[in-house]
Design a protein around this ligand. Structure first.
Ligand SMILES: [Zn+2]
Length: 182
């Protein structure tokens, strides 16, 4: 029991350490934090927490509680960076547009943006997941990840796919606060 506790503590500390270092040094994350400040909705670090989660997610965002990094799922600094960027896009959207989190099309839009802009669909990440074809790979990845996001929020696959189809053009091309996809 004692050993288990210290292992859990180690995993927690590792996540906190990656978080602190990345919030200081990652150009992507510092840019997003700055943009939230500029939008009048600065996100204090205490609203980004490391906690254990179930096996199906790497992170989460809830307007009331802020961002959770799933410390037991995050195995590298890169993974923490992608996950934090994804959740920061949700936090940014929550701060800048009237988001109704119970609406599947609203959720579809912010999931498309989070998958598109966080680099989680960057080619190297995709290859690591075993997806090798290059043509349209990025868009397919964004769609697939957005479907997962909606399903994690409790929507069926059918509702997820249909909601994503409806808002795709508008939300895939909405790259705020970035000028364009880098
Ligand atoms: Zn998401």
């Amino acid at each position: 029991m004692q050993e288990n506790e210290s292992e859990e503590q180690k995993i927690h500390n590792r996540c906190e350490k990656w978080k602190s270092i990345l919030l200081e040094s990652s150009p992507l994350l510092t840019f997003l934090m700055d943009e939230m400040k500029k939008a009048g909705a600065p996100l204090h670090k205490k609203f980004i927490s490391c906690a254990p989660c179930g096996p199906d997610r790497a992170g989460g965002f809830a307007p009331k509680y802020g961002i959770v990094l799933c410390e037991n799922q995050l195995v590298s600094s890169d993974h923490v960076e992608d996950t934090l960027a994804h959740e920061l896009i949700h936090a940014y959207d929550n701060a800048t547009v009237q988001l109704d989190w119970s609406s599947p099309t609203h959720l579809a839009c912010t999931e498309i943006r989070a998958a598109n802009l966080s680099r989680e669909c960057a080619f190297t990440r995709e290859v690591r997941r075993g997806h090798f074809s290059i043509a349209k790979q990025h868009q397919r990845c964004v769609k697939r990840r957005a479907v997962l996001g909606l399903m994690q929020a409790g929507h069926s696959k059918e509702v997820a796919e249909e909601s994503i189809r409806v808002v795709w053009d508008k939300c895939f091309h909405d790259t705020a606060p970035f000028d364009e996809i880098y």
